[in-house]
Write a protein that binds this ligand. Sequence first.
Ligand code: ZN
Length: 160
Amino acid sequence: MTTGKSYTCHIENSAKSNPLGGVIKLNSAKFVALDKYRRWTYVLHEVIHLLGFSEVLSQKWEYLAYNRKYTAAELTVTASVRGVTSKRFLKTPKVLEKARSAFNNPNLIGVELEEQGYYYNNINANNVSHWDARVMFNDIMVIRSISEMIISTVTLAIRR
Ligand SMILES: [Zn+2]
């Protein structure tokens, strides 16, 4: 198992389908070899998955303006970009607002999701779980861990 392999899961209550807890499984031998900052950002990355930035949990996000869950069409859009067909973009209103502001581009259709395979077997590829690292380079929710991770306004807008 690589350092990048960790697992999250969630437990749901039946009333609102919100996660009540989760588990993060780390490769302890590799995790302790990281510096303190990278350990902190690594755990925070996994916590953000537990809080809802995942394919499964995104289907339970509430569209607060309408007091219901987002439909699939309201959550993501698929387009071709840089030769990648079927590229998915997250496009909730708050994510769009923050991304358009951050990139100073009022025409963004959403924020690109990572299409690269998740370590092996394309697990999570193109799912609602990681920003495309090409676009969100050092955001804490890209698929890789580097030494200078940030928490962008776009990531903070995920659950709003
Ligand atoms: Zn992740």
